[in-house]
Ligand binder design. Sequence first.
Ligand SMILES: C[S@@+](CC[C@H](N)C(=O)[O-])C[C@H]1O[C@@H](n2cnc3c(N)ncnc32)[C@H](O)[C@@H]1O
Length: 269
Amino acid sequence: MTTADELRDEVRRRYAESARAVSDGTAGCGCGSGSCCSDGANFGEVLYDTEQRGELPDAAVLASLGCGNPTAVADLHEGETVLDLGSGGGIDVILSARRVGPTGIAYGLDMTDEMLALATKNAKEADVSNVHFLKGVIEHIPLPASSVDVIISNCVINLSVDKPAVLTEMARVLRPGGRIGISDVVAEDHLSSSERAERGSYVGCIAGALSKGEYEAGLEAAGFEDVSVEFTHEVADGMHGAIVKAVKTSEPERAGLPVIQPATQAGCC
Ligand SMILES: C[S@@+](CC[C@H](N)C(=O)[O-])C[C@H]1O[C@@H](n2cnc3c(N)ncnc32)[C@H](O)[C@@H]1O
């Protein structure tokens, strides 16, 4: 059995390799490439329209490893503070920085040094100055309570080894009335943890996915209201790219989600 720390290290190694591949000009691999970078058809840059891709440096587009487009659903406004959990090569941070303008701030949080270096380079090339990339884990967000208006994330929460902690931390750092607009892989409720693991690897964003019901219950337990989880496109049998939305209206409590055991070997690539 792989421990949570080993699994997180495996995730970090996998995405460090993806960042290096983009920096070296070779193809990256990430979510959806569960069997060694083979099937990424429903992941990455194809989920952004031509206009958005035109706003971005090539390397930021190439580094896109998400399963949706959170900036399209988050309805960002001038002057807001946005936090992207697991910001990778910075694609959604750069797009958010442009939406919130010079009076707003876009934070990107990631645990992988190589991704942070790539994102910083991409933001410089995109000429956006209202961005800050933070090193850390999404289970312990390095920002004060009630300091963020909007949390976005693209295909990252499924990779967390402590999802209740992530949901609780999101509720802590959001201001009252703050909202989330997240893209993630989500399983249909009838799939057990082992059935999810049969459909793809943990580092490939499949095995660690929450089910729709688990997501909804976890967000509600963490103090969110107006929770919705909508499937957008199938990424594996019974597993979907999904848009997750909710609003913080009350104080966070620790979410009572079942612990998802690391039921699969992480490695590939
Ligand atoms: C699938 S990639 C998605 C990157 C980006 N959101 C995108 O759409 O291209 C996952 C990213 O999340 C980061 N990550 C995974 N688990 C994390 C954790 N627990 N804390 C912080 N970052 C994490 C990885 O380093 C990687 O950059």
